[in-house]
Write a protein that binds this ligand. Structure first.
Ligand code: TLP
Length: 349
């Protein structure tokens, strides 16, 4: 049986055009600012995102850390959603590496309300850490790839500004957000100080993320990246794939969204599973499996036994992420195999 890997869009492999570009890219030592391919990618990325400057980083995680550490000093406070990737999935680097104090602002499945942000900013007082930075995430991973609508994004940015906060956008999947919202990506970057986006997710590069912001911010971020051990040498091999990604892989993300919707509709018809179809806005599908009586770990193991590699959102959810290696037929086949697993769980129960 062929194995279908739908754990994440991070599972995507480089395209032939990327491999070709990587093999032939002009290279130099990036730490000496001498890699022409890195410089080309950074200029392209800054222009595309409507920012002054950009910096290539090996991972989204490191790009976020570079942003946090460039905007704030140890002991400062960063306001963010406790369900955000920076808070939830980055090994506590916010505290242990950046030395920042998190202030969590409640959010309803990725949608924070501006008044909740305002209420979380405490008045300047010697007893409190200094509130310095606000972090947004779009698309919002843990809510199932939901898109923060542009109006809400703008209102949140305005609330942050009123309170003198710098704004960083974790835009690992910002192109998915812009496509789903049907707005130019620059509508989402206009009001923020920095944004990072990932080349290594739906855009299909083997690795790499880009941090964008004002020139002085990026100069500071270059120091931080070096301090973190992330200074690179002939990084043009990575950047070459990134250039292909920006040129060829952005518009096709709409196809992943369509496949995710198809999968969501098929899974929603399986008795024992619950899918909030309204939340499937981009390439992710979160499915509530609690009625099957299985733990998330057991459910994932059973999926594996029928050749499906999916992701877990314990205690109730499984995550599927459509990517360029999948077709409409893949989605139908996944639903068929999932149904076998659910039926057998319900029969035994
Ligand atoms: N997300 C990964 C896992 O870490 C959960 C995934 O499979 O979705 N910001 C956001 C919003 C992300 O979703 C991710 C990766 C990152 C940052 C970190 O990117 P990398 O993995 O390149 O460090």
């Amino acid at each position: 049986m062929d194995v279908i890997n739908i754990r994440s869009d991070t599972q995507t492999l480089p395209t032939d055009a990327m491999l070709q570009a990587m093999a032939t890219a002009p290279l130099g030592d990036d730490t000496y600012d001498e890699d022409p391919t890195v410089q080309k990618l950074e200029a392209m990325a800054a222009e595309r995102l409507g920012m002054e400057a950009a910096m290539l980083v090996i991972s989204g995680n490191m790009a976020n850390l570079c942003a946090l550490m460039s905007h704030a000093r140890p002991g400062d406070e960063v306001l963010l959603d406790p369900e955000s990737h920076i808070y939830f999935y980055e090994s506590g680097g916010l505290a242990s590496v950046a030395g920042l104090m998190p202030m969590s602002v409640p959010s309803e499945r990725g949608m924070m309300q501006p008044d909740d942000l305002r209420a979380a900013v405490r008045k300047r007082n010697i007893h409190h850490p200094t509130p310095r930075l606000f972090c947004l995430e779009n698309t919002h991973n843990r809510s199932g790839g939901r898109v923060v609508p542009l109006k809400l994004h703008q209102e949140l940015c305005a609330a942050a500004r009123e309170n003198g906060l710098a704004i960083h956008l974790d835009g690992a999947r910002i192109f998915n957000a812009a496509i789903a919202a049907d707005v130019p990506v620059t509508d989402y970057t206009r009001d923020v100080d920095s944004i990072m986006f990932c080349l290594s997710k739906g855009l299909s590069c083997p690795l790499g993320s880009v941090l964008c912001g004002r020139r002085d911010f990026i100069e500071q971020a270059q120091w931080v990246r070096k301090r973190l051990g992330g200074g690179m040498r002939q990084a043009g091999v990575i950047a070459a794939a990134g250039i292909v990604a920006l040129e060829q892989m952005v518009d096709r993300l709409a196809e992943d969204h369509e496949h995710a919707r198809l999968l969501a509709r098929a899974l929603a018809e399986i008795p024992g599973l619950n899918v909030d179809l309204g939340s499937v806005e981009t390439n992710m599908v979160n499915v509530d499996h609690s009625e099957t009586g299985l733990s998330t770990g057991d459910f994932l193991e059973r999926l594996k036994s029928v050749g499906i590699l999916a992701g877990g959102r314990p205690p109730r959810q499984i995550r599927f992420v459509a990517n360029r290696h999948h077709t409409r037929e893949t989605m139908r086949e996944i639903a068929r195999r999932v149904e076998i697993v659910v039926r057998s769980a319900l029969q035994r129960g």
